[in-house]
Design a protein around this ligand. Structure first.
Ligand SMILES: Cc1cc2nc3c(=O)[nH]c(=O)nc-3n(C[C@H](O)[C@H](O)[C@H](O)COP(=O)(O)OP(=O)(O)OC[C@H]3O[C@@H](n4cnc5c(N)ncnc54)[C@H](O)[C@@H]3O)c2cc1C
Length: 318
């Protein structure tokens, strides 16, 4: 079923969903199931699986020279989605990127998803690879997520890259896109971000998932701004419980989000990370309950490969 259908069927009840990362290359898929199993009692209508593009690493050779290697540390997004749908009978949502994909790669990726019975995709640009300052698209790829949304939507209309194809089959993807209540890091302003968000919707996006935030006010203000701009599709909030002291620096640096002073002070007071985890759980429960009270249709949790804290939060909220 499509995300939009899940929301319509929930009759105003807030639903629980979450996002997982494929395991590091070399690890067994069991590590994924071990994380998902304890969360199934909260009846997620869908589970997102992130996509991780290639990275460049430099290995020293015997002659002392460095050799560049292209590696994908977390492959397996499509396989995990198929395994989730097969094992749990729950909709799996693969993330799909502009980065590293030509339009032809994208089309073939989407054909695989369609054949597997996957009905939802999260369309993203992706970040720059670690060795680059700015995002560079593939020569025959998309520069922004908007182009990717357009391509998916065209496939939904049976329009393939090779326009000589006759009697083509139409896909039926429900397309999700990303948004940033505290603005995307490259964006000159929130208004400009919303301007481009509207373009993604015009191109066919049917729902939005936000970047994590730790202050609900930022989400509420963002939703109000979007509604005033005529955006009517669901805006699903992304939530992440803070779990380590290091994340006090890492999360603002990596995701360009602010942490509220009260949360920072609570974390600083903690003697170790097990105390931080508890603070993060309690903070996230408060955030979740407030969002639930406001009638938000789905709360989406970033598990980042660990489900124990998400399980504790869900048991208090759902
Ligand atoms: C819910 C969620 C899930 C994510 N999952 C993944 C994942 O699985 N894998 C991964 O690698 N990354 C993931 N990301 C990170 C995402 O790829 C990055 O944040 C990326 O930098 C932007 O992606 P986007 O789809 O928002 O890009 P876009 O919508 O393309 O926007 C990127 C920037 O360009 C600007 N912009 C857009 N269109 C134009 C235009 N025509 N001209 C000028 N400027 C423009 C926007 O304002 C923004 O600043 C996720 C992010 C979120 C919020």
């Amino acid at each position: 079923m499509k995300v939009t259908e899940h929301i319509a069927q929930a009759n105003g009840n807030t639903q629980f969903s979450f996002e997982i990362l494929p395991p590091l290359k070399g690890q067994h898929i069991k590590s994924i199931f071990d994380n998902i199993d304890p969360l199934m009692e909260f009846n997620p209508p869908f589970i997102d699986v992130t996509y991780h593009r290639e990275e460049y690493i430099y290995k020293e050779q015997e002659n002392g020279l460095l050799k560049r290697q292209v590696v994908k540390k977390r492959p397996g997004t499509v396989g995990i989605c198929a395994a989730i749908q097969n094992r749990y009978k729950v909709d799996a949502i693969p993330h799909i990127l502009c980065g590293g994909f030509t339009k032809e790669d994208t089309e073939n990726f989407l054909i695989d998803l369609d054949f597997l019975g996957i009905q939802n995709v999260m369309a993203l640009r992706g970040d720059a690879v670690k060795t680059e300052t700015y995002f560079t698209p593939e020569k025959e790829g998309h520069e922004y997520a908007n182009g990717l949304v357009k391509q998916i939507n065209e496939l939904n209309d049976g329009i393939y890259l090779d326009q000589d194809l006759q009697n083509t089959s139409k896909t039926n993807f429900c397309i999700g896109v990303a948004a940033y209540p505290e603005k995307h890091m490259e964006s000159p302003s929130l208004d400009s971000d919303i301007h481009f968000l509207k373009k993604k919707i015009k191109s066919g996006a049917e729902y939005i998932v936000t970047q994590m935030f730790f202050d609900n006010q930022k989400y509420f203000e963002f939703v109000e701004k979007c509604r005033n701009e005529g955006i009517t599709i669901p805006i699903i909030p992304g939530l992440k419980p803070i779990a380590t002291k290091r994340q006090l620096n890492l999360l603002p640096h990596r995701f360009h989000v602010d942490l509220p002073e009260a949360l920072i002070l609570e974390v600083i007071k903690c003697k170790d990370n097990s105390e931080v985890k508890q603070v993060g759980i309690e903070w996230c429960i408060q955030q979740s309950k407030e969002l639930q009270k406001a009638g938000i249709p789905v709360l989406h949790y970033y598990s980042m490969g660990k489900s124990d804290n998400i399980q504790t939060i869900a048991s208090q909220v759902f």
